[in-house]
Design a protein around this ligand. Structure first.
Ligand code: GLU
Length: 419
């Protein structure tokens, strides 16, 4: 949401880009080409509701940069979607894909809608109509959408089917994050959470922390947070806090994560009153006494107003844009370490890339192979970012963005400017 009180995510993304540009001594002409998205597409489209009425929805697809390959990025359904939010998310996708070295550019889409207010039929109609509206600018070689907040594999199935109908044949590679039965990849559902686990393992290793001695708090219990919490729990970490949109659950000895997952609905809301867990507020979740904090929900949760009360020594950003630049400055000043979103949550798009490759070849891999490749991608990118941060005395975010921006600029220079 971008209200007067809420930091604008696009401004945050620009602040981060400028920091990287300064370190790289980027020419102002080159920087100018990275500040603004290449293309912004806004559509207002009608959907027939179950009661026969018609509602007009607004959706966006922002294509930030394609110097390194086709645009790639998710589609978000949320009542708080704005053009500036989608611009920020698209820019972050460009750096994210470059940092983990995928042959993709960056894009993002969004529709202003609370999906919880729609029936299944309305959700299907909205998804099919929105992807038809995007038809001229997407495609397996152009721009490949995927799930993000408020969308899932079912929505991707409708989108793939709709695009395929328009083209007269099945085009599996037009979206990723599909169900495995129709060209999705093994391991894609868990990929972002698994990537967060690898990023957490890598930072722990370098700090000399042992996972089974760590107290971890996970904010958000959706597709990313619940998987990250489970994998960390299975790896021996003590997950002392999890939360959903309604509030948090705390147990200093560690929560029973499988039991909480069994109580969570499709939207990541924990039902009933789980035993062995104290209720805490969402504000308390962020400030809880723990070693590692993993924001896994939305942007703008670590702010200038709460950064000085954060207890965690390490923040692993599973969500996109959870920390504002002002909050980051305070945290770095207080000696905290932030593993930035563009690195920590790159597991999702990394397995999306594998899904796309499998679809294009019509040759599908076992889950083991996917997970091993994901581990290799995440650990290698982490090492590159860490080593550069150490060598140049940079924060992990600056080092990550420098790596991403450098790769995009180099691709741009090699390709030259048309005509
Ligand atoms: N929406 C996810 C992200 O923010 C995944 C994007 C993708 O798989 O293309 O990284």
């Amino acid at each position: 949401m971008t209200t007067h009180d809420e930091p604008n995510p696009y401004e945050s993304a620009l602040t981060q880009l400028h920091a990287a540009a300064e370190i790289l001594h980027l020419d102002s002409g080159v920087l100018g080409g990275l500040r603004k998205p290449h293309r912004e597409f806004t559509v207002n489209f009608p959907v027939e509701m179950d009661d026969g009425s018609v509602r007009t929805f607004t959706g966006y697809r922002v294509q930030h940069n394609d110097a390194r390959g086709p645009y790639k990025g998710g589609i978000r359904y949320s009542a708080h979607v704005s053009l500036d939010e989608v611009r920020a998310l698209a820019m972050w996708m460009t750096w994210k894909c470059a940092i983990v070295n995928l042959p993709y550019g960056g894009a993002k889409g969004g529709v202003i809608v609370d999906p919880a207010e729609l029936s299944d039929c309305e959700l299907e109609n909205l998804s099919r109509r929105f992807i038809s509206e995007l038809e001229p600018i997407i495609g397996p070689d152009r721009d490949i959408p995927a799930p993000d907040m408020g969308t899932n594999s079912r929505v991707m199935a409708w989108m793939m089917d709709t695009y395929s109908m328009a083209h007269g044949h099945t085009v599996r590679a037009v979206v990723t994050g599909k169900p495995v039965q129709i060209g999705g990849s093994e391991g894609r559902f868990e990929a972002t959470g698994r990537g967060v686990l690898f990023a957490t393992e890598e930072i722990a290793k370098r700090r000399g922390d042992s996972l089974d001695e760590l107290r971890v708090a996970v904010q958000g219990f959706g597709q990313v947070g619940s998987v990250a919490a489970r994998l960390l729990h299975e790896s021996g970490a003590r997950v002392v806090t999890v939360s959903d949109a309604a509030g948090g659950y705390y147990n200093g000895n560690g929560l029973d994560i499988p039991a909480l997952i069994a109580r969570a609905d499709e939207r990541g809301m924990i039902q009933g009153d789980p035993p062995g867990a104290d209720r805490i507020s969402n504000a308390e979740v962020i400030e809880i006494d723990c070693d590692y904090l993993i924001p896994a929900a939305i942007e703008n949760v670590i702010l200038e107003s709460n950064a000085d009360r954060i207890e965690a020594g390490v923040i692993v950003e599973a969500a996109n844009g959870p920390t504002t630049p002002a909050a980051e400055a305070i945290l770095l000043d207080r000696g905290r370490t932030i593993v930035p979103d563009v690195l920590a949550n790159a597991g999702g798009v990394s397995v999306s890339y594998m899904e796309w490759v499998q679809d294009l070849q019509s040759f599908f891999w076992e889950e083991d192979e996917v997970n091993q490749r994901l581990a290799r991608i995440m650990r290698k990118a982490f090492a590159q970012v860490w080593d550069s941060a150490e060598a140049r005395g940079l924060s992990l975010r600056d080092a990550a963005n420098v790596l991403g921006v450098e790769r995009v600029v180099s691709a741009t220079e090699l390709r030259g400017i048309f005509p």
